[in-house]
Design a protein around this ligand. Structure first.
Ligand code: AMP
Length: 358
């Protein structure tokens, strides 16, 4: 374990979106500076961080300069090219570690890892071409979902197969990318656990949240989730199991399907997670501070939930409602500083404190 980072130290963050922005704000509260590495122009995190490097992930000189200027490196998205990691890891500690990143970058390695831990996942089969898909559908049956193994998010890179007539359209939608067929899970609702693990192996999980997706994008997270006491404990144990197995440092988001036969793991994200934004107004220590504490080698904080919260994402044009939302007394507004409200783009979110019984 490294010495705890002293306030005044610099944390490097790969990725400059809203997650990097909110990590930077949390880091600043603890007295740290943040340096953002982001290929795109005008990253939302750049408005609040100490420094920004604008360069691509294959710019070795830029990566080396970035690493030399920081004390520790973390990231806000999981699709960092492993070549960039090779350069960075040689110079500074990177948290969460490479295993977490590599396993979660490919749906196949992710599912194999989860099953290796004895956790339940949807049934799956590897699909590289039409013949594979026909065979996979014969075994797994319909309904099923074909997903690209890499780079899918917010329901992108997915095609639903309701009957054999959908097979050709689904394989065409993959555009030749390696894919996985997943059996359709008959779930009652979806929940996620945001967990954290410190450098000395301490684990703390936030109360599971219940998630509602619209058009494949997270729309609402509500806490407490509808779970029995045993289910709630199971959800937390699943997250802790994954964290320990990966010797993980930082915050993780674990998405679960709730079924009559128990909890089924959909996927995990090795980073702070949209479904954990409610913690900003529901806990003394939120997911962003918890992540910064972990990567800085500090003890984790107490993430107990002190009120009921509903988080609503402001997607695309819905951010125009901000004037009305601002009139609500108990709505905590979090905007990401993005100038263009394109359809499907996450512009901000609002955390509403819910009175017990309402
Ligand atoms: P993903 O990109 O894997 O998180 O999938 C996006 C959303 O699609 C999930 O949150 C679920 O609502 C739905 N979904 C994904 N996989 C399955 C599955 N195997 N069975 C049922 N619904 C699924």
């Amino acid at each position: 374990m490294n010495e705890p980072l002293a306030p005044g130290s610099t944390i490097g963050i790969l990725g400059g979106g809203q997650l990097g922005r909110m990590l930077s704000v949390a880091a600043a509260r603890l007295g740290f500076k943040c340096h953002i590495f982001e290929p795109g122009a005008e990253p939302p995190a750049g408005q609040v961080a100490d420094r920004v490097t604008t360069a691509s992930y294959d710019d070795i000189a830029a990566l080396k300069g970035f690493a030399a200027s920081v004390d520790v490196i973390t990231y806000e998205f999981e699709n960092i090219p492993t070549g960039a990691l090779d350069v960075l890891e040689a110079l500074r500690p990177v948290y969460p570690n490479r295993d977490a990143l590599q396993i979660s970058q490919d749906r196949l390695s992710e599912k194999e890892f989860l099953q290796g831990l004895g956790l339940k996942t949807a049934p799956f089969a590897v699909v590289d071409n039409l013949a594979d898909l026909e065979q996979a559908v014969a075994i797994i049956n319909t309904p099923a979902i074909l997903k690209t193994r890499r780079l899918g998010y917010d329901g992108k890179g997915q095609a639903r197969i309701n009957n054999s007539g959908d097979i050709e359209t689904a394989i065409t939608a993959m555009a030749g990318a390696p894919a996985l067929l997943e059996g359709f899970v008959d779930f009652s609702h979806e929940v996620s656990v945001i967990g954290a693990r410190s450098q000395d192996g301490q684990v703390a999980c936030f109360d599971p949240g219940e998630n509602i997706h619209v058009d494949g994008i997270l729309h609402t997270t509500r806490v407490p989730a509808r779970l029995s006491g045993a289910q709630r404990t199971n959800a937390v144990l699943i997250a802790a199991r994954i964290l320990n197995a990966l010797d993980y440092v930082g915050v993780i988001g674990v998405e679960l399907f709730v079924t009559g036969g128990g909890l089924i793991v959909n996927e995990f994200a090795p980073r702070v997670h949209n479904s954990g934004h409610w913690t900003q107004n529901g806990c003394a220590i939120d997911q962003f501070e918890q992540h910064i504490r972990a990567v800085a080698g500090w003890p984790l904080g107490d993430g107990s939930r002190h009120c009921d919260v509903e988080m609503e994402n402001l997607i695309g044009d819905s951010v125009r409602q901000i004037g009305e939302i601002a009139k609500e007394g108990r709505a905590a507004i979090h905007l990401y500083g993005k100038s263009q409200a394109r359809p499907g783009r996450k512009m901000g979110h609002v955390n509403r404190i819910i009175e017990p019984g309402s």
